[in-house]
Write a protein of this length. Sequence first.
Length: 385
Amino acid sequence: MNRVVSGTPSASVVLTQLLTRSGPQTRSELAVACALSRPTVFAAVERLESLGLAEPVAQRSGLPGRTATLYGVPAGAGCVAGVDIGGTNLRAAVCDLSGAPLAELKRSTRAKGAASVVRQAVELLAEARAAADRVDVPLLAAGVSIPGVVNRHDPMVRYAWNVGEDKPYDFYSQLSAAIDGPVLLENNVNLAAIGEQRHGAGAEASTFAVIAIGTGVGAGIMHNGALLRGAHGAAGEVAFLPTGHAHRSGTPSSADEAGGKALLREAQALDPALKDVADLFERAQQGDPQALSLVEDECRRISEIVAAICAVVDPETVILSGGIGDNDFLAARVAELAAALPIPPTIVRSALGDRASLVGAITTATTHATTELLSRVEAPDSVTG
């Protein structure tokens, strides 16, 4: 006859503890941390070992009593990855199942266009897996950040202008075909918000917004602890706000109006010798009148975006990130301008800098992998008897 043995909830609790706490633990430590009896933990660890999700990794000695065995999740149980696709740079990280990075690589984006960028991103991920010594380990999830509108109900990514794609493109299918694990595709600033919520400046806030000012500009919004995506995945596409500045809706140039490309174009039109946006801000801080005028105009554009978000979402905090957003001068001036709002938010700089989207991608992948592993633990086993 066949009988079904159900997975024990205690094994899920123990696995969660092993995945979320850094470092291996003894069964006694697991019992205390999980508020379970020692026999229950012993049985849970035995089940996890049978599933290849726990193993003895070391012995602890030198303390009173017997030598204790330390347990951890085997490296062979799987890994996760984060990939951040940007118009200027690509990043890839491979992590263990707790989200701890094993290898992280950054490269300049070689070419524009969806197919070229996808190819380079896949190559970089493969390189990162090799560097992490995880080529033959199952990839349980890959979080991928893309600068475009990502609709969970539609594989086509729209407005990915910053990577040179002016038409809707099926990034999801291309990435899924080339990566041997589940691909979790999400807008880059949405992932930055997830990263700031879990590990950064949004950790203490329930409702906050991340405004990323880099090549272009976008926002990721957390509302009551949950990511606000909108009906079509376009919540936070603040580049399309009809502000008091020139606005060309629906064209590649419109996404740049408060971003680095437009700012640099304006600056170099006045002074071709100016190297980059960082040079512009340095000149502004030194009191250069033309640089101050351009930077002031940029700060007012960002303050208009802050005002629009505040009027609709009422965030506790607005986090500025990106190559331009992560700037003391800009953050201080935007905070001054935002102070005039009826209910001003706290304006802060990102705690994660230019890694925010990558951290969010890793967080998303780790959450997915944990859910998948727990489902294995909780699934009933068919036993023939």
